[in-house]
Design a protein around this ligand. Structure first.
Ligand SMILES: [Zn+2]
Length: 117
């Protein structure tokens, strides 16, 4: 499992000024739209609320997420709906299988921490 903090990674193209449409889908689910991409975040330890150390599962519909991050997150049990992804090792984009996230996931997690106290 990975915490929110572990999934907020420094991005080459930082989206921190990009607006996010954040929607709570239930006690333990958020959906966020950034730049037309849909991110879904599931809280894996509701008793913690939404804090930097809350473990979560995530997914995004962008190609970078599919090709660079989905497999590594799957290996850490942090990928939401793994059956909807093509889970082959990312030999070119992430050969060391480093856990991380695309810029949309990072942006949505930042927004969740800002919004939810
Ligand atoms: Zn993305």
């Amino acid at each position: 499992m990975l915490t929110i903090n572990a999934l907020i990674v420094k991005q080459k193209h930082d989206l921190s000024n990009e607006p996010v449409q954040l929607k709570q889908m239930g006690l333990d689910f958020y959906e966020g739209i950034v730049n037309g991409h849909q991110v879904v975040v599931k809280n894996e330890k509701k008793s913690l609320g939404w804090t930097p150390s809350t473990p979560v599962k995530v997914k995004c519909d962008c190609p970078n997420f599919q090709f660079q991050w989905a497999y590594s997150l799957y290996k850490q049990d942090a990928l939401l709906d793994p059956q909807t992804f093509n889970l082959t090792p990312p030999k070119k984009t992430n050969p060391a299988i480093v856990a991380g996230s695309c810029k949309h996931v990072t942006r949505v997690l930042q927004e969740i921490l800002k919004t939810v106290k």
